[in-house]
Design a protein around this ligand. Structure first.
Ligand code: SAM
Length: 214
C-alpha cells in the first residue's frame, strides 16, 4: 500500500492532466493497489478484464486433498484485472477542452470506430514471444497493443512504462506507431529489451484488423 502511494505521487508529477494510466494486477491485490492510487488523487475509471486462464487457484486444501475432494480454497483464476486511472482534468475543464489543450482526457476508439471495451479475450503469452523476450511476466503483444492503442485518444503523446521488463509495452507502442519510453531497473532485462523490442514490434497477426486487433 505504501509503495503504491509513493509511486502514485511520482506518477502524478509526470502525467499530463487527463492522461490515462493502466496498471496490471491480480484478483487478490487489485483492491489494495487501486485504493492506494485513488487515495493519492488518481481517478478510478474502471478496469479492463483480460480473460486468460492461468494456473492460479482452484487447488484442494493442502494435505487434505483426499478428505475434501469437492473443495477448492480459491477460485481458479480465469482473468487478470487491469486498473484504469486518469489524472484529473484541470478545474472547470471539459473532456473536449482537455483533448484540445493536452491531447488527453479520453480513450481512443478501436480502429473500426467502436468504443474501447473493458473485457478483452486474451491468451497466455505465446512461445515465440517468450523466446524473443525471456522475462517471467511477459505480456502478449495481442493484448498489449489494444491497451496501448487506447491510451492515447488522438494517437499523440508519449507512452511510459516505468516497469519495462523485457520491453513488451514499448514494442506494442512501436507496433501501433506511438512514441514511448521504458524504464527498467535490472540490467539483464534492459539488455534483453534492446534486442527484443524491434523483434516483438515486427510481429504481425494475419487475422487482425490493422494488425492490432484480433
Ligand atoms: C512485471 S515486470 C514487467 C514485465 C513487462 N510487462 C514485460 O512484459 O516484459 C516488472 C519489471 O519492473 C522492474 N522493476 C521493479 N522495480 C523497478 C523500479 N523501481 N524501477 C524500474 N524497474 C523496476 C522489474 O525488474 C521487472 O522487470
Amino acid at each position: 500500500m505504501e509503495f503504491f502511494a509513493e509511486w502514485a505521487k511520482l506518477v502524478l508529477r509526470v502525467l499530463r492532466p487527463g492522461a490515462h494510466l493502466f496498471i496490471a494486477s491480480n484478483a487478490l491485490m487489485s483492491q489494495i493497489v487501486y485504493a492506494a492510487l485513488a487515495d493519492q488523487g488518481l481517478e478510478f475509471r474502471g478496469q479492463v478484464i483480460r480473460l486468460v486462464r492461468t494456473m492460479r487457484g482452484g487447488d484442494r486444501p493442502k494435505n487434505a486433498e483426499a478428505e475434501f475432494p469437492n473443495v477448492c480454497t480459491l477460485p481458479r483464476s480465469c482473468y487478470e484485472p487491469w486498473g484504469i486511472f486518469r489524472k484529473p482534468l484541470l478545474a472547470g475543464m471539459t473532456v473536449g477542452d482537455c483533448l484540445r489543450e493536452f491531447r488527453t482526457g479520453a480513450l481512443r476508439r478501436k480502429p473500426d470506430g467502436n468504443p474501447f471495451e473493458d473485457v478483452i479475450e486474451s491468451e497466455r503469452t505465446p512461445q515465440r514471444e517468450r523466446e524473443i523476450a525471456p522475462h517471467p511476466s511477459l505480456k502478449p503483444q495481442s493484448f498489449l497493443r489494444k491497451i496501448v492503442y487506447s491510451a492515447l485518444p488522438l494517437g499523440e503523446g508519449i507512452v511510459l512504462d516505468p516497469f519495462m521488463g523485457a520491453g513488451s509495452t514499448v514494442a506494442a507502442a512501436e507496433a501501433v506507431g506511438y512514441v514511448s519510453i521504458g524504464v527498467e531497473r535490472l540490467r539483464e532485462y534492459f539488455e534483453i529489451s534492446r534486442e527484443a523490442i524491434p523483434k516483438l514490434s515486427m510481429l504481425r497477426f494475419p487475422d487482425t484488423q490493422l494488425s492490432i486487433f484480433r
